[in-house]
Design a protein around this ligand. Structure first.
Ligand code: GAL
Length: 676
């Protein structure tokens, strides 16, 4: 079943309004509502005094309209009495100054008292709703994250280290604490890496200590969530458990670990927000985020919060243009969403998010946005069953590595380098060609792919290097980019030439490197005739100075003392290939490389489309559902890969090409139903 619905806060509105809300939701085609993730003060107004009556009444009204419910555990925002009971449970950010009451996510994830309260409220909700026929599943907390550096966390870190290293000698050797005489002689001497303890901020701590702290913090949230998961699984074995994650941009938690405990991943997809006062998150960035969320469990996902209007806390974002909300929601579906839950129902009249717009206006009127989503609801009623459960299939994979992300937070290497921006730069070149990509972890099975990209895989274990090497050996094509293989698991630099354990696979050695100043770039000269170049590719940010040992040179630098030395190499390895791209290039470079790599790996695009039009495929067995999304404000003409029917309109004439209005979406499928 395709889930279509909204995030609803009945506790914000008079009860006399609930019936009207439910009626409008039903008319919009909604079958699912998320409730209660910020309702702790109504669910447990005083310690141990639970009140579910109001929520029961709200659910009953929804249930009568055929709407089912996902409940959130309310632990992201404790009522004041919880924090008054535990004044030492406030989270201490890196600055060392504890937060005060007044926002949300203000708790320390390791605090025993807070954890106990969170278990109690979770247990009470789980027990009360386990057998409720309208409740289908749970969201744990809300958008886990934010590191804490308090005394409780520091003590827990010391215990975590003791478990990991066993002996202080081992830890001292792993971190290289002889540097600046940091040799620890008692576990209790080890600090949390507060910014205040290091005059130059975050990155000045011992890199081994800092990386372990970031891993430890991620583990704390995973453990905190696990306590809720255990309670919910036991009390509500038929319900699903998910969490609303924050896409690829969020980098404080290892999302692979957080997702491991969940039945499926959900995430919150905002395209236009107050903080980034900009026209919109570009389609390729949203596509990458969906792809990354799908890759966490190799499964379709939910969008638990899909934008329903202008975002805004202090500043109001540009209003979504007619058609945009639908376009963004359909893009989520095209990349693997099996549920779209809009955030939020009615725009709040009070509280921090007064300007975060929902489908209804402040005064309860339905809006133009409601009308647009209601129209989508009618379409979903027609095609939802065909879409739900169909899968995205990719032959290209990119590794996403949280150890590397954490390590780059400690040492950025170059101020212009951003790990996810680099991942996106490469991804975008494939996205522009309508080639499906999976974002996967280094622990995944690579054998289902033809092309594997390891972007800036900074912290590289021998096991991962061996798996990548085996993939090439067996016929795959591998792409490696700079700063790969620099560090071992302890965040120590390897004592072999870079790219470390992958040097042999790549058939090169990095002799030295040049970290470029802002704005400096240089054109590359290509020596490989198979590469189509439409716009001159440039090197920027970083140039590895490479010696080709076994590899052929594909492109060379043209400037500086390393002019004429290799900038891109190709090495035949076993039955496959390894490409080393020695610089962080511009869009023209990745565009040129993508075309060539697809030929090298024998991967085909799903469809051809003009710029601004995205094509995605979801497979239902052998039947392909082609999503054509016109992100542009122009009319567009798209030639279809085969004759297809327009599923959204239900027209029966097979089409070989389609015309799309600005922002229009089409979902098409072959009439025969047996795909290609
Ligand atoms: C999300 C969050 C929601 C709401 C929304 C708009 O990050 O999960 O509760 O705050 O942003 O600000």
């Amino acid at each position: 079943m395709f889930r279509f619905g909204v995030d609803y806060y009945p506790e914000h509105w008079p009860e006399s309004r609930w019936e009207r809300d439910a009626q409008l939701m039903q008319e919009a085609g909604f079958n699912t509502v998320r409730l209660a993730e910020f309702a702790w003060s109504r669910l447990e107004p005083a310690p141990g005094h639970f009140d579910f009556d109001w929520l029961d009444r709200a659910i009953a009204i929804l249930q009568a309209r055929g709407i089912q419910v996902v409940l959130g555990t309310p632990t992201a925002s404790p009522p004041p009495w919880v924090m008054a009971m535990h004044p030492d449970a406030y989270r201490v950010p890196e600055s060392g100054l504890p937060v005060t009451y007044g926002n949300r996510r203000g708790y320390c994830p390791t605090h025993d008292g807070y954890r106990a309260r969170s278990r109690l409220v979770t247990q009470a909700m789980a027990t009360h709703y386990a057998a409720h026929p309208a409740v289908i599943g749970w969201q744990t907390d809300n958008e886990f994250g934010d590191r804490c550096y308090c005394a409780h966390c520091c003590a827990a870190f010391q215990a975590w280290l003791q478990k990991k290293y066993g002996a202080l000698d081992t830890l001292n050797a792993a971190w290289g604490t002889i540097f600046w005489s940091h040799v620890y002689t008692a576990w209790t001497q080890i600090p949390a890496p507060l910014a205040t303890a290091a005059p130059f901020g975050d990155g000045s701590h011992n890199p081994g200590l800092a990386l372990d702290y970031y891993r430890f913090m991620s583990d704390c949230y995973v453990a905190f969530q696990h306590e809720q998961v255990e309670i919910l699984r036991k009390a509500c074995p038929v319900h699903f458990i998910t969490h609303n994650l924050m896409g690829i941009g969020y980098d404080r938690l290892n999302y692979f670990d957080l997702a491991a405990d969940l039945d499926f991943v959900s995430w919150d997809n905002y395209r236009r927000m107050q903080w980034t006062f900009q026209p919109t998150v570009p389609p390729s960035e949203a596509a990458l985020a969906h792809t990354a969320m799908r890759g966490l469990k190799h499964k379709n996902f939910w969008v638990m919060e899909q934008q329903a209007g202008s975002g805004g806390w202090q500043i109001v974002s540009v209003a979504p243009r007619p058609g945009e909300l639908q376009l963004w929601a359909y893009q989520s579906i095209a990349h693997g969403a099996d549920a779209i839950i809009f955030f939020r129902w009615r725009t709040a009249r009070f509280g921090t998010e007064q300007y975060w717009h929902g489908l209804l206006e402040h005064d309860g009127r339905t809006s133009r946005r409601y009308a647009e989503i209601k129209q989508m609801g009618a379409e979903i009623a027609r095609v939802g069953a065909q879409i739900a459960g169909s899968e995205v299939r990719a032959e290209v994979a990119m590794l996403l590595d949280y150890d590397s992300r954490f390590a780059f937070q400690i040492q950025a290497n170059n101020p212009a380098f951003h790990y996810t921006a680099h991942v996106h730069d490469i991804y975008q070149a494939f996205h522009a060609r309508n080639v499906a990509v999976d974002i996967i972890s280094a622990q995944d099975d690579f054998s289902r792919y033809k092309l594997l990209i390891a972007p800036a895989h900074y912290v590289l274990t021998e096991q991962t290097a061996a798996a990548i090497t085996r993939f090439a050996q067996q016929g795959g094509a591998v792409v490696v980019t700079p700063r790969t293989g620099v560090k071992d698991e302890t965040n120590t630099i390897v004592d072999v030439p870079l790219p470390g354990y992958l040097a042999k696979l790549c058939g090169i050695e990095v002799e030295e490197y040049d970290s470029l100043p802002a704005g400096v770039s240089q054109p590359l000269a290509f020596t490989n005739a198979d590469i189509d170049i439409t716009e001159a590719p440039h090197a920027k940010i970083w140039c590895d100075v490479v010696r080709a040992v076994d590899a052929q040179v594909v492109a060379r630098y043209t400037q500086e003392y390393y002019a004429d030395s290799p900038a891109i190499t190709l090495n035949a390895f076993g039955a496959g290939h390894a490409v080393y791209v020695a610089t962080f290039g511009d869009a023209a470079l990745y565009s040129a490389l993508a075309g060539w790599l697809l030929k090298l790996a024998e991967v085909e695009a799903m469809a051809a489309s003009p710029a601004g039009v995205e094509c995605c495929v979801r497979w239902q067995g052998g039947r392909r559902l082609l999503f054509v999304l016109n992100h542009s404000t122009e009319e567009q003409h798209v030639v279809l890969p085969e004759t297809m029917l327009n599923l959204l309109t239900g027209e029966t004439t097979p089409l070989s090409a389609v015309e799309l209005r600005p922002r229009q979406v089409m979902i098409l499928a072959a009439p025969s139903g047996d795909g290609r």
